[in-house]
Ligand binder design. Structure first.
Ligand code: SAM
Ligand code: DTB
Ligand code: SF4
Length: 349
């Protein structure tokens, strides 16, 4: 089942999905059958054609064109035993992040109330764990119940999950679990050694089996090739079903991590990546995630044009910065974009 919030595609401009897919020069696969070559062919389309195809897909599957706002809170910061080469929270890298204990329930609920008051739809709690211990699950389930009671959608990202842990989170009311594939399987090995690609796939299938929605994406701009970006998107799009939420992070290079000196990706290649994610996973919320501060307004506007329809909203991601909420409201207003909440209730901005 895909996100129940999304509209079941009234294909306004196309008689059928086949017709939509035939409208490209490149040969297009049905969802769930993408080859890396087909995705590379999308990347290689003339920019305007790619943007048009992404727009057509977006319009057909999200006729309201609203943008979802998700707020992040780091409930357990730093001290992580894993070696993810991009991550400021890995204990082994000398970064400015200091390890902290798991936050208390009241503090988490205060942050969730503030997120709701600022107009957020979803509250995502992140922990710098390789995997949660069972006693952590007990504490996090109390947080989930409290956040859910405020009327927010709930999401958590706590590392690898066993099947019974996923079940416990679902029973507490967790709507989404975020666990990223991060990149293609072959590039993955040069970024992370302490957990394998299959471990990530296993966690995603435990989340599915427990009946939660999957939030799964990754990072671009870590030095991967276009072919590797295509292979990464193919893995996501061929998950059955593909994720309801797809966060696309642009690497935030953090001093002290192995990727600190990585050159930024060409912004147009970032926009292309968003467009290809939109086309290959038409019903998903494609979320502009880390790195938005560096993108600037014009590139973000192009990303919305390419089919991004969700952002992380609030001044802080987990440990790095994000645009001010007021700046985001102004950008959305200037672009005439409604938020997901405002499209269902009164206009927010
Ligand atoms: N520890 C858990 C895990 O790894 O699944 C949850 C938190 S982890 C920080 C969530 C995601 O944040 C990672 O999978 C990665 O995609 C993203 N991330 C972390 N550091 C980043 C950075 N410097 N730039 C962009 N994305 C980053
Ligand atoms: C995701 O894909 N991006 C978010 C969320 N899932 C948890 C995290 C981005 C973290 C960026 C680095 C930081 O702030 O520590
Ligand atoms: Fe730990 Fe997650 Fe950071 Fe990897 S991405 S080092 S698992 S907090």
């Amino acid at each position: 089942m895909q996100d129940t919030q999304t509209v079941e595609k009234p294909l306004t401009q196309f008689k059928s999905k086949a017709e939509l897919h035939q409208s490209a020069n490149a040969e297009i696969a049905a969802p769930g059958e993408w080859s890396v070559a087909q995705i590379e062919a999308l990347f290689a389309l003339p920019f305007n054609e790619l943007m048009l195809k992404a727009q057509e897909t977006h319009k057909a599957y999200f006729p309201e064109g609203d943008v979802e706002l998700a707020t992040l809170l780091s409930i357990k910061t730093g001290g992580c035993p894993e070696d993810c080469g991009y991550c400021p929270q890995a204990a082994r890298y000398d970064t400015d992040v200091k390890a902290e204990k798991l936050m208390g329930l009241e503090e988490v609920l205060e942050a969730a109330k503030a997120a709701k008051a600022a107009g957020s739809n979803r509250f995502c709690m992140g922990a710098a764990w390789r995997e949660p211990k069972d006693r952590d699950i007990e504490k996090v389930t109390a947080m989930i119940k409290g956040v859910k009671a405020l009327g927010l959608e709930t999401c958590a990202t706590l590392g690898m999950l066993e099947a019974d842990q996923a079940q416990a989170l679902q029973e507490a009311g967790l709507d989404f679990y975020n666990h990223n594939l991060d990149t293609s399987e072959d590039f993955y090995r040069s970024v992370i050694s302490t957990r394998g690609y299959q471990d990530r796939l296993d966690t995603i299938s435990n989340v599915r089996a427990a009946g939660m929605s999957v939030c799964c994406g990754g990072i671009v701009g870590m030095g991967e090739s276009r072919e590797q970006r295509a292979a990464f998107l193919a893995r996501l799009a061929n998950l059955s079903p593909y994720p309801e939420s797809v966060p696309i992070n642009h690497l935030v290079p953090v001093a002290g991590t192995p990727l600190a000196d990585q050159k930024p990706l060409d912004p147009l290649e970032f926009v292309r990546t968003i467009a290809v994610a939109r086309i290959t996973m038409p019903k998903a919320r494609v979320r502009l995630s880390a790195g938005r501060q560096e993108l600037g307004r014009a590139v973000q506007a192009m990303c919305f044009l390419a089919g991004a329809n969700s952002i992380f909203y609030g001044e802080q991601l987990l440990t790095t910065g994000n645009p001010e909420a007021e700046q985001d409201r102004a950008l959305l207003a200037e672009l005439g974009l409604k938020t997901k909440q405002s499209s269902k209730a009164e206009v927010l901005i």
